[in-house]
Design a binder for this molecule. Structure first.
Ligand code: HXC
Length: 534
């Protein structure tokens, strides 16, 4: 007998469902994909937030994401958790590509038990961290969580400990990026703090060890979520956060841009890009800037933009310790890190926060084979009791340590001035810098002319009879001192400045130096060092 042909609609439905085993799998996947369900997703949206899967979709190349451990569920039987079977145990893990390069990811799903971290949730994260470590690819964490899952007790605390341990093991081996997209409270903040870069989004990201209620109970201080642990608090005051975004899509764009400057791991170099900007591009403006009165403020960004390929600079930690500027740019198509004093803020003097900021950045660059370009325009260390008692000696030493231990290519330029200890700290020759340039008008000395004259000629100035005489003597001695010491020529005569250059040729000189230094250190041959939070 001829088999009865099913109606076309029936047939299509049957094919979609597939074999019973396939139908079962699809059903299970479909259930997990719903996250915490319609109500929880609506609540998430009402806060202006994306779901975990939407975030991954935005961040990764179209269709490249492959999920792992989708079917993992909790083993905790307390508080009816096993019956609830929280989908994916509140976290999505997996891997995919960003700009064609492999990246591992975990994204906490706030719609499932507030993204709280239980044992299975933690084990999923640990597994994807192990994957990233073993396969030498960057790890991105998208955090949105109420913290330790209260129902699972110490199991969840142990889960955090396992994550912290892996964050430390991965440090300096693969780039680790944390994106805070909701609450991040309690000890949970320490996983991001152990990673290399933290992103926050205005209005939705919060980080604190103890929330406003606990603060109120413990200290009596009345403080809002935002004031205590919002973007501004961490990007400007605490320095915990490196990048602030206006929205989630803006944030993911920034993450992608950051990754474009980074290698996949410590055994590689960052990708080289085609460079349409001529290496020999002269910068006449620099001639004027270098000649400016050394005490006049200006933003160092104007010089960075001038020397970078196509004037593009990706600043890191822009809101924190603005007296030093750090970030990424490309020179001749190669990624480099910039560390630059910024005379536009606190006269560009070094202080506690700027030393910490620069030291950590230099250590990151050194871990990941990225050359350091230093632009020096520094009057010295910021004086005062607050700095001394706050530990400028201890913090300033980190900068010396970071430059001294760095074996990546190091090229430095003195723009207008470099005095005393700050001259040494800003990648001076004897800290094993490879190339040290100076503009012809730069003042390089133990201290500024005005201060030096007061100390060297105290008796002569005291002996002057009238104020006019004193002023004339002071002016004469200052001019003499400037001529003798406050120039780059004494330093060039000892070889501590390799070349006094025409400022307009700065870009060309740096790129030429970096080209020679390209094979200075074979990636991965340096001693492995973690990027400890400083
Ligand atoms: C279990 C949690 C949870 C948690 C939230 N939820 N946090 N479940 N453990 N830690 C659940 C809520 O019960 C709720 O479930 C759902 O997630 C959404 O939470 P809401 O409170 O409705 O959301 P919202 O109003 O946006 O408030 C978010 C929040 C708040 C500010 C994060 O939930 C909160 O304060 N949670 C507790 C935070 C906390 O104290 N965590 C422990 C920190 S100590 P239902 O079923 O109602 O939808 C810690 C130690 C870590 O983390 C140590 C590591 C070393």
């Amino acid at each position: 007998m001829k088999p009865v042909k099913p109606a076309p609609q029936e047939q299509a439905k049957k094919e979609r469902a597939g074999a019973p085993s396939l139908a079962r799998l699809r059903q299970m996947v479909e259930t997990v994909m719903q996250g915490g369900g319609e109500k929880a997703v609506a609540a998430q949206k009402a806060k202006g937030k994306f779901t975990a899967r939407e975030r991954i979709h935005y961040l990764f190349d179209e269709g490249s994401f492959q999920e792992t451990d989708l079917l993992v569920s909790t083993r905790c039987a307390d508080f009816g958790l096993k019956e609830k079977n929280p989908p994916g145990d509140g976290v999505v893990t997996g891997f995919g590509t960003i700009a064609g390069r492999e990246v591992c990811v975990f994204a906490q799903d706030f719609t499932v038990l507030g993204g709280s971290l239980g044992h299975a949730h933690a084990m999923k994260i640990c597994k994807v961290m192990d994957l990233a470590y073993a396969n030498r690819v960057p790890l991105i964490g998208l955090l949105d969580s109420g913290g330790a899952r209260i129902q699972e007790g110490v199991d969840s605390l142990d889960g955090y400990a396992e994550i912290f341990f892996r964050n430390t093991k991965c440090s300096g081996v693969i780039p680790q990026i944390s994106v805070i997209l909701g609450p991040c409270a309690g000890g949970a903040v320490y996983s991001p703090a152990l990673t290399d870069f933290i992103f926050m989004v205005e209005g939705i990201s919060h980080m604190f060890v103890t929330g406003p209620d606990v603060v109120k109970a413990a200290t009596g201080e009345d403080v809002s979520f935002d004031t205590l642990g919002g973007c501004k608090a961490h990007a400007v005051k605490s320095g915990v956060c490196h990048f602030v975004a206006a929205s989630e899509p803006d944030c993911f764009r920034q993450v992608r841009e950051l990754l474009s400057f980074l290698p996949q791991n410590r055994w590689e170099k960052p990708p080289r890009v085609a460079n349409p900007d001529p290496v020999t591009r002269a910068i006449p403006l620099l001639e004027k800037m270098c000649e400016m009165d050394a005490r006049k403020p200006y933003r160092i960004h104007h010089i960075i933009w001038q020397i970078a390929d196509e004037h593009k600079f990706f600043e890191v930690h822009a809101g924190f310790a603005k007296n030093i500027v750090v970030g990424f740019m490309r020179m001749g198509g190669e990624a480099v890190g910039v560390v630059a004093n910024n005379p536009g803020h606190f006269a560009g003097a070094l202080d506690i926060n700027s030393a910490d900021k620069a030291a950590r950045f230099i250590r990151f660059l050194n871990a990941f084979n990225i050359p350091v370009v230093t632009l020096t325009d520094v009057p010295g260390y910021w004086p005062g009791v607050a700095q001394e008692h706050g530990g400028i000696i201890r913090h300033g030493a980190k900068l010396l340590f970071a430059y001294s231990e760095a074996t990546v290519p190091k090229v430095a330029v003195v723009i207008r001035k470099a005095y005393g200890g700050a001259y040494i700290a800003m990648s001076s020759k004897k800290l094993a810098s490879d190339f040290n340039f100076s503009s012809p008008s730069a003042e390089i000395a133990v201290m500024g002319p005005a201060g030096a004259v007061e100390i060297l000629y105290r008796r002569e100035l005291a002996a002057a009879k009238t104020d006019e005489e004193k002023a004339a003597l002071r002016a004469k001695l200052t001019a003499e001192y400037k001529e003798r010491f406050a120039s780059p020529y004494q330093t060039a005569s000892t070889g501590s400045i390799d070349e006094v250059i025409e400022p307009g040729m700065l870009r060309t000189k740096i790129i030429r130096a970096l080209r020679l230094l390209r094979e200075k250190r074979i990636p991965g041959t340096h001693e492995s060092r973690g990027n400890i939070p400083l």
